[in-house]
Design a protein around this ligand. Sequence first.
Ligand code: UT7
Length: 325
Amino acid sequence: MKGVKLLGFGHYCPENIVTNKDLETIVETTDDWIIKRTGIKERRISTGEGTVELAYKAALNALENSNCIKDDIDLIIVATTSPDKIMPSTACSIQGLLGCKNAAAFDISAACSGFVYSLIVASSLIKGTDKKRALIIGSEVLSKIIDWSDRSTCVLFGDGAGAAVLELCEEEDSIISTCFSADGNLGEKSLVAAELKLNTPFAQDNSIEKRYVEMKGGEVFKFAVSVLPEIVKELLSKSNEDIDNIKYIIPHQANLRIIDEAARRLKINKEKFYINVDRYGNTSAASIPIALSELFEKDLIKKGDKIILAAFGGGLTWAGALIKF
Ligand code: UT7
């Protein structure tokens, strides 16, 4: 039997903390509004480090925690919506920086679901090709694409990176069930960022560049509170598992109210959800791997524990995985 085993996790976030009080000085908002509507108290914002740099530091941490060296890695996938460059991909830059000369490398663009998409793609490639050990990373410097004069979005997001190493094993597969999907029509209508303009010798689009995240918060909120419980139910049903046997649900960290509502709809105790949105805000593709890395750092996961990852975001996309350690 061939399965995939998760060897270890790592994360890195910029040191610079921006509190709600700090944001009160640049837009018309209050600490009280942000906490009540989102649960966010502070976020990390880069003062110079790019998406590659955050990804690189998270990767080093994950490799160390997995007892792996660079030559062991033959696949690198980075999930990001805020790359430093369109080309080379963030994954290729990481491959070069780490010196993983045996590794294929590419990026995945699935917004906040990107890390779980990467996990599903990496585990399929490990089981279906000659690639044996993958480094997957979610890395975002979202501050690059945030309009800091738009109070409806700028209070929500943060910068950070998280990473994991997975490898082929002869034992039982750790990834018990998965789901991933998208709704492109809803995505176009509710959450977009950084649109590139037409630029040919004969037709230049001189309209104002749409550089920043634009979100219909209410629409995305409605989608999130409905899809989050659906992901959990689908994974439990596919693996014939009971929620009582799941130690933690790690949801995408977008808004505490979304998590509260998902817990209510699933009729489960909120304590089952791991939450760190209060400290990091929404770090998109990095949010789930940062949470996973923290769980291991705090020694909260033991061998045999089962957890659920549940992500949703721009695209719109959603994805989940039920994992046994
Ligand atoms: O990772 C991608 C996925 N993204 C998400 O999951 C985000 C989902 N959406 C949300 O989390 C919520 O919709 C928000 C937190 C973005 C907004 O919360 P809301 O309860 O839906 O507020 P709202 O947009 O309905 O705005 C309510 C009021 C409005 O004022 P009026 O029209 O009632 O006078 C806004 O202008 O709050 C106002 N408002 C603010 N006030 C103070 C919006 N942003 C702010 C702000 N500070 N930062």
